[in-house]
Every structure is written in structure tokens, then in C-alpha cells.
Design a protein. Structure first.
Length: 301
């Protein structure tokens, strides 16, 4: 398998910009600052199953930060130093699964730190595993697979990886950009996709069964909707809504975190913030399902 990138390029904060790791009440939208930094661009919080910590990434490293508030602590992962913002904590809380920005592979790292183990098989040509979700029993990972097209652009598809057999199954035959693939406790895969768009820049939220059947479109509006995340108790879904016409997953734009019922009903705004890439890439619901974590990148002046 050919590396997906020759070298990683990490985001940095601009002048006057502050990164805030937030916990948000899913009903009221009230926020609590877990950590604030003017120097480090933290991304994509995951809540550990015990409710005590958030796992984030920054500049290729993984960090643990107390959910009650505190300073992020680096998590040792051997020579693996290019973790991107596609990572999650295993259902039993023992392991962090993470995507490598350059090699495109998936790795398992002990949640307390330790040597990484590659869990994704090699494939022919250029291919990147971009981790998204895991099955309710934790035995299968859902990911977006990126393949090179015309030497420049990437085509993404939705896939499953069985962690025991290492069997890879493709779920989608379409070439429309599709990411998310968050796996709900009642066996739905939620994802954002340009599937129904006439032109790029009109992604909506969909769901389907883990065998690729039963595709349903859940949002249909003028905004660009990505990254749906399902609460542990299955009562709600939050997703990131970009301004109309936004192509891809832009950074540092005015976005809205919205919520809805699992069937797409009851859509409403929860929080407006400056963000985008890194804000809500992975499932960040608290185990209690009453709040979720996200990251903002506001300008202070």
C-alpha cells in the first residue's frame, strides 16, 4: 500500500485565535470550557466510557484531558506521531483506535499509552483508512476509504473492517464524498454525503443499515451537513452544519451544531461557533447522553 501523503501538515492557530475544548448541554446549548489554548490546535474530542476523560489530538499526538477541566496530558504511542483527528475509544475503554495521517493505516494504542499495533490490512495502490465509528460490540470499525483518482483527487467510499478476520467490506458503490459512518446502538450507520447533490457543496445527513441497504436521507436544506453523531441512549443525533455552498470540511468558518431525533425529525440549532474541521469529527457524546464535547476556534480580536 502506497502512503496516502508524503508528509503531514498540521493546523495552527492564527493571530488572536483561541482553541477551546467545550462540553455542551445537548438541550440548552450551555457551554463549559474544559481547556483553552492560544498555542495548540486540539481537535476531535472522544469521551471515555467512564466519563472521566476526553481524548483529543494535536499536531500528530494524542492527549487525555480531564472532562471536568484541566491540562491535556500526552499519551505515549511509540514512534507513531501522526495521529489525525479520526480517532475513537473502544467500547470497553481500554484502547484508542486512530488513523495515521501519512500511511493511511489504522492503529490501536492502549488508552494509558503504549506501543501502537497496526490493525488495518495493506491494500494495492494508494489507499487511506479514515476511521469513523465502531459496531455496538466493538468488533468492527467503520471507516471512509480514500483512493487516488487522476493522480490528484480522492474518491471516498464507506467500508467496514472486522478486527478479528481483517476482512474489509465496501458498503457504498457511489463516488460521492461520504464521511461519518457513526454506528448507533440500534444498528444504523449515520453519515454525511454529497450523494444527492447536483454539485459539490451540498452534503446532507443519511443513514443506512450495516449491510449497505436501507439508505435514508435525514436532512434536506440549503446548508451543508456533515458528521452526524448518535447519543449512547439513541435519543438524539448532533451534526455539524456549514454555510451553504461550503465544499469539503472547511476550517475556521461560522458553523452550527444542530440536533435531531434519530429519524431526522425535530431538527434545531444547539450552538453557533467558529469551527469546522476538528470541531465534531468523531462521536463525542458523554456516556450519560445529556451533553457532548466539541472544539471551537474563535477569534478574540
Amino acid at each position: 500500500m502506497i502512503p496516502i501523503l508524503q508528509e503531514a501538515r498540521w493546523r495552527t492557530l492564527g493571530p488572536g485565535q483561541v482553541c477551546r475544548i467545550l462540553v455542551v448541554d445537548s438541550v440548552t446549548g450551555t457551554t463549559r470550557v474544559v481547556h483553552e489554548s492560544h498555542d495548540v490546535t486540539y481537535e476531535s474530542p472522544n469521551w471515555t466510557p467512564d466519563g472521566l476523560s476526553l481524548i483529543v489530538n494535536a499536531a500528530g499526538r494524542l492527549y487525555s484531558v480531564p472532562a471536568a477541566g484541566g491540562v491535556p496530558t500526552p499519551i505515549a504511542s511509540g514512534a507513531l506521531d501522526d495521529h489525525n483527528n479520526d480517532h475513537l475509544v473502544s467500547r470497553d475503554g481500554t484502547t484508542i483506535y486512530s488513523s495515521s495521517e501519512t500511511t493511511g493505516h489504522l492503529f490501536a494504542v492502549p488508552v494509558g499509552g503504549g506501543e501502537p499495533v497496526q490493525v488495518s490490512p495493506d491494500r494495492d495502490g494508494v489507499f487511506g483508512y479514515f476511521l469513523q465509528g465502531q459496531s455496538p460490540d466493538g468488533g468492527i470499525l467503520a471507516f471512509t476509504g480514500a483512493e487516488r483518482r487522476d493522480g490528484l483527487d480522492f474518491v471516498s467510499g464507506l467500508f467496514l473492517l472486522d478486527l478479528v478476520s481483517q476482512e474489509v467490506t465496501r458498503l457504498s458503490s457511489w463516488t460521492a464524498d461520504s464521511v461519518g459512518c457513526d454506528w448507533s446502538p440500534d444498528d444504523w450507520l449515520y453519515f454525511g454525503s454529497e450523494l444527492g447533490a447536483a454539485v459539490r457543496g451540498h452534503s446532507q445527513v443519511y443513514r443506512m443499515r450495516p449491510d449497505g441497504r436501507g439508505v435514508e436521507q435525514l436532512t434536506d436544506d440549503e446548508r451543508v451537513n456533515w458528521f452526524p453523531k448518535v447519543s449512547p441512549d439513541r435519543s438524539g443525533v448532533v451534526y455539524l452544519s456549514f454555510p451553504p455552498g461550503t465544499v469539503g470540511h472547511a476550517s475556521d468558518v461560522d458553523v452550527i451544531i444542530r440536533s435531531m431525533a434519530p429519524d431526522g425529525s425535530g431538527q434545531r440549532d444547539v450552538l453557533r461557533l467558529t469551527g469546522g474541521q476538528g470541531t465534531l469529527n468523531m462521536n463525542s457524546w458523554a456516556p450519560s447522553s445529556d451533553s457532548f464535547a466539541c472544539v471551537s476556534y474563535e477569534l478574540e480580536y
